[in-house]
Design a protein around this ligand. Structure first.
Ligand SMILES: Nc1ncnc2c1ncn2[C@@H]1O[C@H](COP(=O)(O)OP(=O)(O)OP(=O)(O)O)[C@@H](O)[C@H]1O
Ligand SMILES: [Mg+2]
Length: 236
């Protein structure tokens, strides 16, 4: 399997706070890889560093054989790396369809219509609400919109920061179903979650982050079955 993303020994600081302490991991083409960990473990910091919003003091991030170190974050998106940030930021004053079109700025004309059709097929709820202003969508619908918008840029790697946060169980289930459907279509996904049970059950591989360090890694199945993981992250 070809490696699409390689994070090698990155160290990230906020002032004097050492948030990421030398972590390394890889995502291969077609995989779902999950990064799980408690509040403050460094999950968002890791994704924000990969997308160029933060910078690591050492080490490197390689995406499709290119070192992202010196590349500004808007260029990183056009290279095929999309982040759906924590808290699902959508343009609240714009309609669903306008939000999706904003995500398509790397595409043109006919391609956009096809992409819209594809996103509406994945998220029928968005189709029903295409003219609705995003600020009036429910939290779960806004999450779907944020994911749909990221997909409009045809990412080679889709990074999701806690897509299930704050959603009712039925919507969590729907979001994870959609993640699995994207996986079946061949989308490569890096998924950050506190909901370890759900994340590990869809992931090919996972890494466990504790206070800025990777402490365990393995296949989704292995991690789900591990007594230590069960105790720390799966409620028993
Ligand atoms: N802007 C900031 N300034 C200072 N410290 C920060 C900043 N952002 C994050 N941190 C610290 O860095 C550490 C990692 O934070 P991060 O947001 O990456 O955690 P997380 O794993 O995403 O947590 P959560 O599950 O709560 O979203 C935490 O100790 C946090 O307090
Ligand atoms: Mg976070």
């Amino acid at each position: 399997m070809a490696s699409i993303l390689k994070v090698d020994d990155i160290n990230v600081y906020y002032g004097s706070i050492h948030a990421i302490k030398g972590i390394s991991f890889e995502v291969n083409e077609g995989e779902i890889v999950t990064l799980i960990g408690a509040n403050g473990a460094g999950k968002s910091t890791t994704l924000n560093t990969i997308s160029g919003l933060l910078h690591s003091r050492t080490g490197s991030v390689t995406f499709m054989d290119e070192n992202l170190g010196k590349i500004p974050c808007h260029k990183i998106v056009s290279k095929g790396l999309a982040l759906v940030p924590e808290g699902r930021r959508v343009f609240l004053q714009m309609t669903v369809q306008e939000n999706l079109e904003m995500g398509a700025y790397t595409q043109s004309g006919k391609a956009i219509d096809q992409d819209l059709a594809h996103v509406y097929e994945l998220f029928p709820r968005l189709k029903e609400r295409m003219k609705q202003v995003a600020g009036t969508l429910s939290g779960g619908e806004q999450q779907m919109l944020a994911m749909g918008r990221a997909l409009m840029s045809h990412p080679k790697l889709l990074m999701l920061d806690e897509p299930s946060m704050g959603l009712a169980p039925i919507l969590v289930e729907q979001i994870f179903e959609i993640i699995q459907n994207l996986h079946k279509e061949g989308t490569t996904i890096l998924l950050v979650e506190q909901n370890a049970a759900a994340a590990l059950s869809v992931a090919d591989r996972g890494y466990v982050l504790e206070t800025g360090k990777i402490v365990t890694s393995g296949s989704g199945k292995e991690l789900l079955a591990s007594p230590a993981i069960k105790k720390a992250y799966l409620g028993g």
